[in-house]
Structures are given as C-alpha cells and as structure tokens.
Design a protein around this ligand. Structure first.
Ligand SMILES: [Zn+2]
Length: 320
C-alpha cells in the first residue's frame, strides 16, 4: 500500500492519484496482454503459438509423450483449465478424457477445432478390416494439411476475440504460416510421388489423413486411430501383409504402446524410424509448427525410402 507521508496540495494529490490510476490501468492491460491460452496437446500448442506469436502465452496440458487416447484428467489439470482465458482442443473424438469437463466450461472459453469430427464410441467396436475405414473419424487433425489450414483460421478468429488489439498481427502470422506450409506441402507431395505404393508398418494409425493426402496407400498400423491395440483379426491381416509385401520400415510413434512395438519388432526385425507426430522434440516457439510438419513429412519420407525392393515383391504377392 502506498502511503502519503506529507500532506500535499490538492493538485499534487490529484497528480499522484492519476499516476496511481495510470499504473493500475497499465498493469491491467499488461496482464490482459498476457492472457493465458491453454491447449490440450503439443501439436495444438505449436499451431496456436504460430498464430499468437509473442502476443499471448500459449501453454499445454499434456506432456508430449503422454498419449491423449489414454490420458486421465488430474485435479491440477482442472485448475489450469479453469484459469485459462481460452482452451483449444480437437474435441471429444480425440481428447475423450476432457469430454465431460469441457462441456462444463463457459461458451467462448472452450474452442473446439474438430467440430466435424465423429465422437469416439460412434464407430463400431469390431475389428476394422480395412485400415482406412475410419478416416472420417480419425482425430489426428494436426497431421492433415487441409485441416491444419482450416484450424488455423478458427484459431485466428478465436484469438482475435480474446485480444482484438492484436487481430491484425494474428492475421499476418497466419498468412505467413500458411505460406510456409504450402511450400512444405508442395515439396512433400513431389517427394512422395515415387513411393505411393511402398509398404510400411506404423505403430499407431495416427497418419491416416497425412497418408491419404499424399496418396500413400501401403501402410498398416499396430494400433488403430483411437490407440486401441489390433485384435486377432487385424494381427492376421498384418502377418499376411508382412509375408506378401515384406515391408522394411517401421514408423514409430512417440506416444504409443511400447510393448506391442517390441513384440512386433522381435518377430519382424525391420528398421525403425521415429516419426515425431506429437512434436516431442520441437520447441514451443512461433516457428514450431512449421518445424513440426517438416519433421513429420521428413520422417515418413525417410521410412519410405528405406523400403527398397517392395514393388516387385508386391507384384508377386498380389495374386494370392
Ligand atoms: Zn493418436
């Protein structure tokens, strides 16, 4: 508390009051400028940060190694959710752990980026025979070029509501992001052209949208797009795939089942390429998302290039 020791003239007092007021207003705008935005997972933190730039603090709820498919909300998470000015998530089809809590958040605080996504539990629980059957409900929207562009638009609008004074900066940041992503996308598309039929194995069906976008059709995964381990039927088709196509590369996901990966790799000692689909190794800066996308497409390309000699094997195996 500030105390006035001498009794100053009324003019001086007014001046001091004005000064105090100015300080108070200044402190308020400063804290308003540092309003905290919370995202559920690291890739979303990177995407929001790319648009927010240095104007807002963008935090993340889960550690990047934690699988959002199997996470459980802790009491400390609830406090962080309540204190955030805005919370960005994909939706109940992805962060099932947040579904009930999210509904209780005030409108405007919760920003759902995957509005069109089917909710988990809507899909039938039977063993999917085809690996690309669930692409519409595949919640890994941050690995889908078109969805990334759409989400960035929703984020720009959301942030502009939160901090209208920075709206022009958010728009400029988004423009730059999209320009950089367009360039990366073109590069990746031309690089993947030669490998569209290459067979490969993935630990987790996180890449369905990315693979579909680039016309890569030869992948089979050990866990489905909701992180569920393959059932007996799926293992059967996986073994058939291994025999027929002899894929030589395994894309390992940072957040998924290590035990099933080990079981598989003991049986089929193929080469492992880590693809960082959760942005574990990417620093949370405004450039982070572009680095993340480059890293993921680069990892997939590396894996596909390793898979040599598959074309001829595939031709022989197709007749079965
Ligand atoms: Zn996943």
């Amino acid at each position: 508390m500030m105390r006035l020791l001498a009794a100053p003239g009324s003019k001086t007092l007014l001046c001091l009051l004005a000064l105090c007021l100015a300080f108070a207003v200044n402190a308020e705008t400063e804290s308003a400028g540092r309003k905290q935005v919370l995202t559920t997972i690291k890739p979303l933190q990177l995407l929001v940060k790319a648009i927010a730039g240095d104007r807002l603090d963008v935090e993340v709820l889960l550690q990047p190694q934690q699988s959002p498919h199997h996470y459980q909300l802790r009491p400390s998470d609830r406090a962080r959710l309540a204190n955030a000015a805005q919370v960005y998530w994909i939706g109940a089809g992805m962060e099932t752990f947040l579904a009930r809590t999210a509904l209780a958040l005030p409108a405007g605080q919760l920003q759902t980026l995957g509005k069109s996504l089917a909710v988990a539990g809507d899909h039938d629980e039977h063993d999917h025979h085809h690996d690309h059957a669930g692409i519409g409900s595949d919640p890994h929207l941050w690995l889908d070029y078109q969805q990334i562009v759409q989400m960035s638009e929703a984020i720009e609008q959301g942030l502009a509501v939160l901090s209208p004074a920075d709206a022009a900066q958010f728009a400029a940041n988004r423009q730059q992001l999209v320009r950089q992503l367009e360039q990366l996308d073109r590069q990746a598309a031309s690089e993947f052209l030669a490998y569209q039929k290459r067979g490969f194995i993935m630990s987790h069906a996180a890449y369905g949208r990315l693979l579909a976008h680039y016309g890569l059709v030869g992948g089979v995964a050990l866990t489905d797009e909701h992180g569920q381990v393959a059932g007996a039927k799926r293992w059967q088709s996986l073994e058939k795939f291994m025999t027929e196509q002899s894929p030589t590369c395994f894309m390992r996901d940072p957040s998924e089942h290590q035990s099933i990966e080990e079981t598989f790799l003991q049986r089929y000692p193929v080469q492992v390429i880590d693809v960082d689909t959760m942005g574990v190794d990417i620093s949370a800066t405004a450039d982070g998302f572009v680095a993340f996308y480059r890293n993921v497409t680069g990892g997939v390309a590396k894996c596909l290039k390793l898979a040599e000699g598959v074309e001829s094997l595939k031709r022989n195996g197709d007749g079965e």
